[in-house]
Design a protein around this ligand. Sequence first.
Ligand code: ADP
Ligand code: ZN
Ligand code: MG
Length: 474
Amino acid sequence: MSYTPTIGLEIHAELNTTSKMFCLCRNDAEEETPNLNICPICMAHPGTLPVINKEAVHKVLKVGAALGGRLADHTIFDRKNYFYPDIPKGFQISQYEHPLVSGGSLAGVEITRVHLEEDTARSSHLPAQAGEKGKSLVDFNRAGVALMELVTEPVIHDAETAGTFARELQLLLRYLNVGYANMEKGEMRVEANISVSKDSTFGTKVEVKNLNSFRSVERAIEHEVKRQIAVLESGGTITQETRGWDENKQATFSQRKKESSHDYRYFPEPDLPALVISEIPEFSLVALTDELPELPAARRERYKKLGLKDDDAMMFVRNTIFGDFFDAVVANDVSIAPSAANYLASDIAGKIEDGTMTEDWLSPSNAARFHKLITMAVSGALSSRGTKDTLALMVVHGSDPEDIAKDNGLIQESNESLITEMAQKIIENNSEVVSQYRSGKLSALQFLIGQGMKQSKGSANPGMLKEVFERLLK
Ligand code: ADP
Ligand code: ZN
Ligand code: MG
């Protein structure tokens, strides 16, 4: 009998609000001077009082609307009590029983809740030096920054799905302009709860932290599932604990026994009133839904319907500079969409990658030129080689593709009646070769096509030439 892994994710994301969650300090993740963006409120001086950041509430509700979750009609903030050097108050203001959002789903994964809390300060630990003890430093710039927490149901059963969910959430947060969500900067932090079981009851879960990339999310889950199975198979039991991820060893390691929620002594934050969402017009579901842009999933679906390859569609959805350019190119003519996507995803992306051009080229005026180029390619006026050559010149000179193609002799003759006329003459003048072809020597066709290319000085559309010969010689 085999084991089924079960995974639930808890994801924190820093919101890109102007100020912190409960004070007017700047929220600036790029600030390098420690302890600059701090004030008596976020430093928890006696007598100070928090004030709820409306922008932060707004952003979390927007996420809720995008996930199709239920928005709270009122919410209450709670104190989550624990002592640690990175929380000056000795508690974190969070939400326990009244999250802003309940339910919803993303990428096929059901969501339990989304709530709002405040971030901790950032600690750094300096190792002991010769003759000196190690030091721990605390930078409070991050203390009190608005932090969204999203919790999924335990409905994920493999590492890949967990990774896909996290990537999709990052994309959504960026589309909604709710946060920057860079995992390597800690702007988005994923914790994976993992258990394995042979039957329909859940096994004991282990929480894995310190996952700084999507890859480590996937690797850590794979490793942890194997570890738990090995423990159980050798007759051991799984301890409910928090484990870290060691990137070098590619292994999880025990950090501490997991505390349960009652250890935190949650109670309603007495310094904040209940927030009555239903009294704020711009927080109604209708208003929030109205504000939503086209979401990544819908955009991907739209590209699929236009006949784009999955990889191209994914690339345009992730890289909106490309996606927006593509949308401008096909805005009035979706018939060229697959071809436009091909040249954009292979040629343009390739040139940007190798440094021949920059993303600045993806401007509205170039979208119109690119549209014209692709139209020429689709109509057969340019061969695929001719399209690539024209494009290369367009990027350098920024001029009209038709002018470039004409000036450089790249236009291809695709007028079917002209080509037919020429082919007919070639057939009349080469009766020997024609009868060879008819008696089964298929390579004779190449000779005839060659004659056509010669007579047209290389401008005839070779594909069309071939078709016309085949038709006439049938
Ligand atoms: P806790 O009270 O320990 O924080 P929760 O019930 O709040 O636990 O769940 C926290 C996270 O753990 C959620 O993402 C949830 O989906 C996940 N989870 C709960 N039970 C399991 C389990 N047996 N295996 C894997 N994940 C689980
Ligand atoms: Zn402050
Ligand atoms: Mg919990």
